[in-house]
Design a protein around this ligand. Structure first.
Ligand code: ADP
Ligand code: MG
Length: 283
């Protein structure tokens, strides 16, 4: 004889009931009973304590700010300045899943570490696309240097891209480094004259829309290995440029170039975006 929690008595087969009792715990029986009662009473289920796990693949439009940036026809103004969203962060302690944003002006430079195939080039592509979606070409200029698998060339049609320099294009690379050095000196003078320290402050003070320059280098070690004569010039621009809003993002190993650490710690529970056909179509 079994007595249900509502007091109903039922005759049961002794052998099968012994097996059944071995298979289920008291807690499970109680939970099932309560669920049945709640279903009958039409009780609305509480939302779970944890949010659903992050999906394996997240596409860029899901993390971009829906109220700002490129809407398919024009760029709407954004409150954020050069803070591309490149993934999703899962923060279970606060029951929050939010875009993984990289504050480039604040960080100065971004180094992306990882084994071959870890997704470094994909991160650069995502970062460039997110910036292009967020800002007009008048606000953000991108310079791409590709010493990797030439994947950055896919971005050359973006109106933000000043040029893509490949590993065998020494003259173009030298011209780019010269251009950036000259621009660095020009900005130092301009900011000094206006008495400001940052690009947003300069833009506000003078109403002169000087763009943020973002330089993306795929495989910096290969660049300095192939062109050792350029190492000092590039290192100087990287070190001094952040203040004048030249931001460098590069998969690299050398600490000489900037003081940032591996992004892995903060990205432990995050999912980076993979640029897809949908992404490029929106941009
Ligand atoms: N966030 C991501 N989501 C899905 N696939 C990715 C992601 N990042 C990289 N991949 C895939 O992993 C492979 C290696 O990526 P890649 O960026 O070339 O790595 P690395 O530059 O570190 O060698 C590519 O096929 C790429 O499409
Ligand atoms: Mg790569």
């Amino acid at each position: 004889m079994l007595v249900d929690l509502d007091g109903t008595r039922r005759a049961v087969d002794a052998r099968s009931s012994v097996e059944a009792l071995h298979d289920v715990t008291h807690a499970e029986v109680l939970a099932r009973y309560l669920r049945r009662m709640a279903d009958q009473a039409g009780t609305v289920r509480l939302s779970p304590i944890w949010l659903a796990p992050l999906r394996d693949r997240v596409v860029l439009p899901e993390v971009l700010d829906p109220g700002a940036g490129w809407d398919g026809a024009e760029w709407r103004p954004s409150e954020r300045w050069v803070e591309p969203a490149i993934g999703v962060v899962d923060d279970p302690a606060h029951r929050r899943q939010s875009p993984l944003r990289i504050d480039l002006p604040r960080g100065g430079n971004l180094a992306i570490y990882g084994a071959p195939g870890a997704g470094k080039t994909t991160t650069l592509l995502t970062l460039a696309l997110a910036l292009a979606c967020d800002h007009t070409p008048a606000d953000v200029n991108l310079h791409l240097v590709d010493f990797g698998g030439q994947a950055l060339g896919a971005l050359s049609a973006l109106p933000h891209v000043g040029g893509v320099v490949l590993a065998n294009e020494e003259e173009k690379l030298v011209r780019l480094v010269r251009h950036l050095s000259a621009e660095l000196a020009r900005r130092k003078a301009m900011f000094g004259e206006a008495g400001v320290a940052t690009l947003p402050a300069y833009r506000t003070a003078t109403q002169h829309h000087v763009p943020s320059l973002v330089v993306l280098i795929d495989n910096l070690p290969a660049l300095v290995h192939t062109y050792p004569d350029l190492e000092d010039d590039v290192a100087q621009i990287v070190q001094q440029g952040a203040r004048w809003e030249f931001t460098w993002s590069s998969p690299q190993r050398r600490r000489r170039w900037c003081g940032c650490g591996s992004p892995t710690a903060s990205a432990k529970r995050s999912r980076c975006v993979s640029p897809t056909a949908r992404t490029t179509a929106r941009c």
